[in-house]
Design a protein around this ligand. Structure first.
Ligand SMILES: *Cc1c(COP(=O)(O)O)cnc(C)c1O
Length: 510
């Protein structure tokens, strides 16, 4: 039939090894140049919506294409549509880092293409995951013996934790009977502060307890959960027939990086038999520093804790670490083993080395298939070591403190929240005065007369292409936010950004 033998004569299978090698070296060279030379690129992408899409064909290629063409399109079409998260002056949301060892580890992981769903589908994937999470727990000062598992994001880690919290409610048999159509089941409620991340509410939506199943507890002037208000809310809700089952405390809120009073909350949760989940997605890394450890006091009493190495621990996205001291509940919530996945992992505990008991990680979360993310943590940890990681975290905190100092001293800028870690919240306000404080003395405003100016300032800063900042709203005030967290950020980057902010503010004042 085939008188178009062209594709028939082409070899099937993957790229020839030599071709792979050639392209591979090119890619590594490209990456090395990129990491060194992002200087000339606008940090925030300047493309219009649809600009990337519109330059690419609507139909996929019929025949394979040349590598050089693909790389050309990557540079000319894809790259302009990239916001450079790995840029040393990316100061929006949270600054993160795809570090060199992390990038290389991702490549190795793709080469192995391991699916670590069961212990036996790659013993190294499971065992390394448990090992590096043990190292990390020790470094963070978490109790020994916690069970750790890697997920993609804090959103998923928190969802898993709260699913376990729901499973831990005695006598309701929600796993078996569900929640709907059961008049005997009281309305479930979890508690978190008005500063908590939206992922907590998202988890509630997925768990079937709805928006109303989340009660937001007010925060104090330093944006920490008001524990007395939590206590009252619990009493009030119990009176009204709600069934409280969990509290999510935040150690490093997304807006200001405030830390809830974890010890007090832990005591209350113990007394009230509530699952305590601590969301330390960003700030958890700082627990590696003995001088910051006290901020986390109490998280060792939590039922579960999440922190993201992909935020402030130099690991490429995605990598979130979920710890729990109640792995049996997590397993009870998620384990569902069809015949084709039956493995003899439990029976192999007897032949296990030392005190290691093998597990099938698919039993402890939502997903079946799982990437070999432990490899990047392992290479990042071994490249820098605990001391190297600590030194880098300290450097970020010092730079943030220096910036906070410049803001405090400036007559026309003010900080809008304390700076416990490496994130600074501030705004322009003419005549704010030097020593305007850390924002804790500010009350609520209904109408922020400086919002327009600061929005324009943010726009002017970001459209310069030199840096990218984001914003938040604090007690009604529009605030600029500058987090430090990229491994390549230097004091000169922070200085340049501060100069730029002041110049743009002066220009706006005409
Ligand atoms: C960033 C962040 C999250 C969400 O993290 P993802 O990994 O993107 O889901 C949740 N909570 C806090 C406190 C965060 O800072």
């Amino acid at each position: 039939m085939s008188d178009t033998p062209e594709e028939m004569t082409r070899p099937l299978g993957d790229l020839e090894p030599e071709e792979f090698r050639r392209r591979g070296y090119q890619v590594i060279d490209w990456i090395a140049d990129y990491l060194e030379g992002q200087e000339g690129m606008p940090v925030l992408s300047e493309v219009a919506p649809g600009e990337v899409h519109g330059q690419l064909p609507a139909d996929g290629p019929e025949e394979g294409e040349a590598w050089e063409e693909m790389m050309r399109d990557f540079e000319n079409i894809i790259l302009p549509g990239i916001t450079h998260w790995n840029h040393p002056r990316f100061f929006a949301y949270f600054s993160i880092t795809g570090s060199a060892p992390g990038i290389l580890a991702e490549t190795l992981s793709a080469a192995l293409n391991v699916n670590g769903m069961l212990w036996r589908t790659s013993p190294s994937a499971t065992e390394l995951e448990q090992l590096v999470l043990d190292w990390l727990a020790q470094w963070l000062g978490l109790p020994s013996g916690l069970f750790g598992i890697i997920t993609d994001t804090a959103s998923i880690s928190s969802l898993c934790a709260l699913t376990a919290a729901r499973e831990a409610i005695p006598d309701l048999e929600i796993r078996e009977l569900g929640l709907a159509g059961r008049p005997e089941v009281p309305r479930l409620r979890l508690y978190t502060s008005d500063q908590a991340h939206s992922s907590v509410e998202k988890a509630a939506l997925l768990l079937g307890i709805g928006h109303r199943g989340v009660r937001k507890i007010p925060s104090d002037s330093a944006y920490k959960m008001n524990v007395e208000a939590l206590r009252q809310a619990l009493a009030e809700d119990r009176n009204e027939g709600w069934l409280p089952f969990a509290v999510v405390a935040t150690a490093g809120t997304t807006s200001t990086t405030s830390v809830d009073p974890l010890d007090e909350i832990a005591t209350l949760c113990e007394r009230e038999s509530l699952w305590l989940h601590v969301d330390a997605a960003y700030a958890g890394a700082a627990a590696m520093l003995p001088e910051r450890r006290s901020l986390f006091s109490g998280w060792d009493r939590a039922d579960s804790v999440v922190m993201n190495p992909h935020k402030w621990l130099f690991t490429p996205i995605d990598c979130s670490a979920l710890y729990t001291r109640r792995p049996q509940v997590l397993k009870q919530a998620f384990s569902l083993v069809p015949e084709y996945l039956r493995s003899d992992v439990a029976s192999r505990t007897a032949e296990a080395q030392q005190d290691y008991s093998p597990v099938d990680l698919m039993d402890y979360g939502i997903q079946l298939g799982r990437r070999f993310r432990a490899l990047k943590l392992w290479l990042v940890f071994r490249t820098y070591g605990r001391r190297g990681l600590q030194a880098r975290l300290r450097h970020h905190i010092e730079m943030a403190e220096e910036l906070a100092g410049w803001i405090d001293e400036h007559p026309d800028f003010e900080r809008l929240a304390p700076t416990p870690f490496s994130t600074v919240c501030f705004r322009y306000r003419a005549g704010a005065g030097p020593d305007s404080g850390d924002g804790t003395s500010l009350g609520d405003v209904a109408d922020d007369e400086w919002a327009g100016f600061n929005e324009d300032l943010l726009e002017a800063i970001n459209s310069s292409g030199r840096t990218f900042l984001s914003h938040t709203r604090l007690r009604g005030r529009f605030a600029l936010r500058l987090p430090l967290g990229n491994i390549r950020t230097t004091a000169a980057d922070v200085r340049e950004t501060w100069d730029l902010i002041r110049r743009k503010a002066a220009a706006l004042n005409g």
